[in-house]
Design a protein around this ligand. Structure first.
Ligand SMILES: Cc1ncc(COP(=O)(O)O)c(C=O)c1O
Length: 392
């Protein structure tokens, strides 16, 4: 993640001094408007809407696309629970799809999971890895499905020369503390579709149409929720955006160097990547779960087994697996003709891959010689007692 420091501090100070902290408290251009214009330009997309967080971005995107009760939305079995919860927030239900060894949605399983009720796919670019967007877009176009890319964990990362999030119909981003751009909490959606943009803007600001959300799009107005971002977020986002590409370049350089070194290891395979030339995320796959667990145990930091970061594995999404809503009559599982059932072994192939896979930090803020040293240690198996450690 990009570091937060003095530049963000000064940018926030200016907003505080201006007295205009809320999105609609001042007149004319504020930091949020400038951010949206800069993000659209950098990402090569027509519209950007800054929102309060990535979950709000996903929900606004689904609402903008008109997804609702009776609809099924395909989501991967390996993602943050927000991806699966977002369809429920608009009344639709998530259907889980296996991942493959790229750690992203398996297009073959997408085909298996499509039903007459499927309306949308949410491919998730997990952990800075990119989905097989060519194949996913091909399937979506053939079957008339909407694609909402969840690029929350891959802000700025490219797939075949295009930024992820800009390839599908709508893209959702998170700028929380653990993401490539960090403002504590934050998010955005992008789209080239004027109608989706107008609808998302109206929805994310409770349908407060007197703020000009309708423009001339002739879109009927409707109420929504409040997912507005603040100017404090906007000020920090402008600084973080300027740090994004230099950081991704450091990651790309370290990926190339580390993967070259690690390729010599007999202990594991380097994980496949859907656009390896631009890879900024490294994972290695073992033959057995035990080997992967031992590898983590013998390296203190910078290495973890994906299965153990259990928050991202579907088996831990209890409220969803048990289909529990805040109010029993606001439960989308009762609004569909389909009988949706989730079982712990429903995506057993994903579990097998996650148990055998370790992610390796690229140490993007550490000097290259140190990263090279760590890579050689990892490749040789290393002596646990003498491991160097470096922060993720
Ligand atoms: C894949 C994915 N989707 C959605 C989100 C939700 O983002 P936020 O935490 O900003 O609401 C996250 C954040 O952790 C995420 O990792």
């Amino acid at each position: 993640m990009a570091k937060v420091g003095l530049r963000e501090w000064f940018a926030v100070g200016k907003v505080i001094a201006s007295g205009h902290l809320a999105r609609y408290s001042g007149v004319g251009e504020g930091p949020l408007t400038r951010f949206e214009a800069a993000y659209s330009e950098k990402f090569g997309v027509k519209h950007t809407l800054a929102v309060s967080n990535g979950t709000g971005a996903l929900i606004s995107a689904l609402a903008a696309a008109g997804i609702g009760p009776g609809d099924e939305v395909l989501v991967p079995a390996f993602t943050w629970i927000a991806t699966a919860a977002a369809p429920l927030a608009v009344g639709a239900v998530p259907v889980l799809v296996d991942i493959d060894q790229t750690l992203t949605m398996d297009p073959v399983d997408i085909l298996r999971k499509i039903t007459p009720r499927t309306r949308a796919i949410i491919p998730v670019h997990m952990a800075n890895l990119v989905c097989d967007m060519d194949r996913i877009m091909e399937i979506a176009r053939q079957r008339g499905l909407i694609v909402i890319e969840d690029a929350c964990q891959a802000v700025g990362v490219t797939y075949k020369g295009r930024r992820v999030g800009t390839i599908g119909d709508i893209g959702a981003f998170s700028f929380n503390q653990f993401k490539n751009m960090n403002v504590g909490e934050g998010g955005a959606i992008v789209t080239n579709d004027d109608r989706y943009y107008v609808r998302a803007r109206m929805f994310h600001d409770v349908g407060a149409i007197f703020r000009g959300h309708l423009d001339n799009e002739n879109e009927p107005h409707f109420f929504g929720v409040n997912f507005k971002a603040s100017q404090i977020q906007g000020a920090m986002l402008n600084v973080q955006l300027s740090k994004l590409d230099p950081m991704l370049t450091r990651m790309r350089v370290r990926y190339r160097m580390m993967s070259r070194v690690l390729a010599s290891s007999q202990a594991f395979e380097i994980g496949p990547h859907n656009d390896v030339g631009n890879a900024v995320s490294l994972h290695v796959i073992f033959e057995t779960a035990e080997e992967a667990a031992n590898f983590v145990a013998s390296h203190r930091r910078g290495v973890y087994r994906l299965y153990d970061s259990s928050r991202h594995v579907y088996t831990n999404w209890l409220p969803i697996l048990e289909q529990r809503a805040a109010h029993p009559r606001m439960n989308p599982y009762q609004w569909t003709d389909a009988r949706i059932e989730y079982t712990p072994d429903m995506c057993v192939r994903s579990l097998d891959i996650l148990q055998r896979t370790c992610r390796i930090s690229l140490g993007e803020n550490y000097p290259l010689p140190l990263v090279a040293f760590v890579a050689r240690r990892l490749a040789s198996g290393g002596d646990p007692a003498r491991q160097v450690s470096y922060a993720v």
